[in-house]
Write a protein that binds this ligand. Structure first.
Ligand SMILES: *[C@@H]1O[C@H](CO)[C@@H](O)[C@H](O)[C@H]1NC(C)=O
Ligand SMILES: *[C@@H]1O[C@H](CO)[C@@H](O)[C@H](O)[C@H]1NC(C)=O
Ligand SMILES: *[C@@H]1O[C@H](CO)[C@@H](O)[C@H](O)[C@H]1NC(C)=O
Ligand SMILES: *[C@@H]1O[C@H](CO)[C@@H](O)[C@H](O)[C@H]1NC(C)=O
Length: 357
């Protein structure tokens, strides 16, 4: 499927994961491309929580599911995706006309799906549109008690009759179909979506100008929710003193999180004790690793750190290529950023690989 779709997927993934309050979600990430590209005009990636369970494109016009599915489910999917396809195609004509776009290719993205609470109660349905990665187009939000339609800022919004019709469609057709599918997928993929993999924990010291950087790294865990705290002499370090803190996919179905603290040379003299502690669904107790001050430094560039760097490097690379394709003039800037990043791969000092679980 190539780099564009990987990029689009990565982009949409970050946007969606924290979207709602539900415990399980089913999202369709649809992409419509107008203009000449090697990609299908229209494609959909179906995600159950953070696991891809289906794929549809305009070339094959049928949904490929990760697991065996019932006939009526395939029919539902073909109906819904066919409808999204047509809707995005029409929208694309209007948008291209609005912006007077006649050359190159234009990308329209739509995220639509639903979320459900643990007890099986429907939580919400949502639809969001983005044009060419920057313009927010119209959006719809529905959570049983409230229905919200945001016309966006690009084109004139729906009139009253269209709004009422779309609302009925959302409440009575799409939402029920989505929740029904979500329950089915959940039943089938329980072993994967509900698995619990405990984090591994490391505390890493790295010399930086003006002192040390102490990083707390948790990796290899699932699900993605984790509480990771860096303690100084037993007291949690305030979040605003820390950098990082974004949970990232590791590419193997697990997640990783890093939080770093800059410790000045002044501060180092106080010989504080640093501890990294994690709590996660898979753990009965908290997991701790300690960094003792004054230990002799061991230079150790772990395989994991290299992998993390490699992964981020690849992502930046994809981003760079995408930007190059899209906007020639930004090519140089993004590529030099990438080179700069690679030159900075640190030689890390790992003090606690022995205390890792
Ligand atoms: C649209 O673009 C074409 C070519 O770039 C130009 O000739 C034309 O005047 C533009 N039309 C509008 C309405 O801006
Ligand atoms: C639905 O959303 C509205 C507005 O955001 C909120 O006030 C309400 O509590 C929500 N209802 C449910 C059931 O979550
Ligand atoms: C750090 O820990 C060591 C031993 O665990 C202890 O002796 C020392 O007092 C601690 N230092 C601080 C500043 O709390
Ligand atoms: C993280 O901390 C919050 C607040 O203390 C708690 O509600 C939540 O359950 C914790 N999450 C995990 C995964 O331990």
């Amino acid at each position: 499927m190539g780099k564009l779709s990987v990029f689009l997927f990565v982009l949409s993934f970050y946007t969606i994961v924290n979207a709602g309050s539900g415990s399980h979600s089913l999202w369709a990430h649809a992409t419509y491309i107008s203009g000449e590209t090697p990609f299908p005009e229209f494609m959909v990636v179906v995600m159950l929580d953070d696991v891809q369970v289906g794929y549809y494109d305009a070339i094959n016009k049928q949904t490929v599911f990760k697991d065996k599915t019932e006939d009526d489910e395939a029919q539902d999917a073909a109906y819904v995706f066919g409808d999204i396809y047509q809707g995005m195609k029409d929208r694309s004509l209007e948008l291209n006309h609005h912006f007077n776009l006649t050359e190159g290719f234009q990308v329209q993205q739509r995220w639509t799906g639903c979320e459900m609470f643990d007890n099986g109660e429907p939580a919400l349905a949502m639809l969001k549109n983005i044009f060419n990665g920057i313009y927010e187009d119209y959006a719809v939000y529905y959570n049983i008690t409230h229905y919200k339609y945001n016309a966006g800022k690009i084109l004139p919004g729906w009139d009253g009759i269209t709004q009422a019709y779309k609302r009925t469609l959302c409440e009575n057709v799409y939402f029920p179909i989505c929740i029904k599918s979500l329950k089915r997928f959940l039943k089938r993929d329980k072993h994967f979506v509900m698995r619990k993999v405990p984090p591994r924990l490391r505390l890493i010291k790295k010399e930086v100008s003006g002192g040390l950087q102490v990083s707390c790294l948790a990796f290899g865990f699932y699900p993605r929710h984790i509480n990771l705290t860096l303690l100084r002499d037993g007291q949690p370090v305030a979040e605003q003193e820390l950098t990082g803190g974004e949970v990232l996919p590791s590419g193997d179905g697990t997640y990783q999180l890093r939080k770093s603290l800059e410790v000045s040379t002044e501060e180092l003299k106080k010989r504080h004790n640093y501890t990294c502690t994690a709590s996660h669904l898979s753990l009965d107790d908290k997991l701790d690793v300690r960094l003792k001050s004054g230990l002799k430094r061991v230079h150790l560039s772990t395989l994991l750190n290299l992998l993390v760097m490699l992964l981020i490097g690849i992502l930046l690379g994809i981003l760079g290529i995408f930007i190059c394709v899209k906007r020639r003039w930004r090519c140089t800037a993004s590529m030099s950023k990438l080179a700069n990043f690679e030159a900075n791969v640190p030689e890390e000092i790992n003090m606690s690989s022995d205390s890792e679980t």
